[in-house]
Design a protein around this ligand. Sequence first.
Ligand code: ADP
Ligand code: MG
Length: 476
Amino acid sequence: MKELSAREVWRAALGELQLQLDKPIFETWLKQTEGVNFDNSRFVVEVPTPFAIAWLERRLYQDIQKTVEKVTGHVLDIQFQVKSGELAPGELASPEISPLANGAAQDSPADAAGVNGGRVPPTMDPLAETTQTNGHASNFVFNPKYTFDSFVVGPSNRLAFSAAQAVADAPGHGYNPLFLYSGVGLGKTHLLYAIGRTCAAKGLSVLYVSSEQFTNDFISAIRNRTTEEFRSRYRSVEVLLIDDVQFMSGKEQTQESFFHTFNDLHSSGHQIVLTSDRPPRALPLLEDRLRSRFEWGLIADIQPPDLETRMAILSAKAEELKIDLDESIIELVAKRVQKNVRELEGSLNRLAAHSRMMNLPITLEATSNILDDLTADTARHSIDPERIIEEVSHHFRVTDHELLGRGRTKKVAQARQVAMYLLMYELEMSPTQVGRLLGGRDHATVIHGAGKINGEINEDNQLRQEVLTIKEAIFT
Ligand code: ADP
Ligand code: MG
């Protein structure tokens, strides 16, 4: 029988692997590889980057070895080496890593599990959650709403968007860290999730945490004497996404710990993405050495969108909500609501709810009235109900999904009642509205739940403190 060349063996193996592995994994890690050499003990594969070597050895070694065995009939040691003339780690974007479509993670187990708010309870070990089959390593579910595709790009956010995409295309190889900053509701978390989602689809282990969660994790690690686990957990991720780092201000020990985490990840060529409400130089009470780390990579800001972008965002959201809006209405809303995208979304939701409730088409006049109401409201409460849900879930460490769902564990039930209380008493929403927002509950349930909390906070110090903490987070 004719001897197969390394090239032919590898091509056959790739054919097999392509069938076994998820497409994004295959495309990212194997497509650009070549079989270059083999003897009766080892098989040498060339890959584009050192990072790919580390990844393949860790995640796919056995799959590859078995497949090569199938083709050659021998158990061979697989050795990876970097193609000559390729980039060293830390150099700029590797063209070898192909950008992936956002939908690429469509059939990953994480997606099948459904939506959660994107929050990992800090008690949950993200690595324990990691699925190892087929090289999967997504450690949590990203909100499917937040993708690059659904992000409307305009002059105010183009730099941040491109940087986020570049990072997602070649994590650890370009801007590291990427630091995004903006006022609230302008898309930082959206972009962070989009990066996470794209990277997770490539099989990278991704960890998203708010800086408060990082702090809480750190504190409980100290309390429980599990700092070793804490360290190894954070330092083993390939893409670390830290949201709202401004909350690390003044927390010296947390900053110190994060400084070391940062250095470890960065020196291993792992990607770090940070968001904040202001640029590093304007963060108060931040250690200088951490500030300077934040400035190492690329800093990109997001400005409030101009009129045209606001209109484009409204059109996109209207389409998503499947409501038909006349151009003149879109323009009216975009002209009146200027502050941020969250508010734009809120207005649109209001319009949609109104027309559904009244069973009327959305006219220019109705829009104008609703916007008047809204402006009057927001002067007093510029708070989006979603924000309350988000904050309550966050505080009680339940997912939005659980909060809106049917589960009745004590923790979930209490979180839900606190949400009812805040929506009713702070936002002055009607029990019916609250019920609708909280997964379709009837108004009696809401009145009961909100009333219960309203009574209990007078007696229960801890509960009162908790509600206060949430209120502070929401209203400041
Ligand atoms: P931030 O984290 O900056 O406070 P978010 O990422 O939470 O803001 O964005 C608030 C809301 O606005 C989200 O629902 C997000 O999807 C939406 N959003 C923000 N910017 C855009 C954009 N450019 N295109 C589409 N949606 C956007
Ligand atoms: Mg955010």
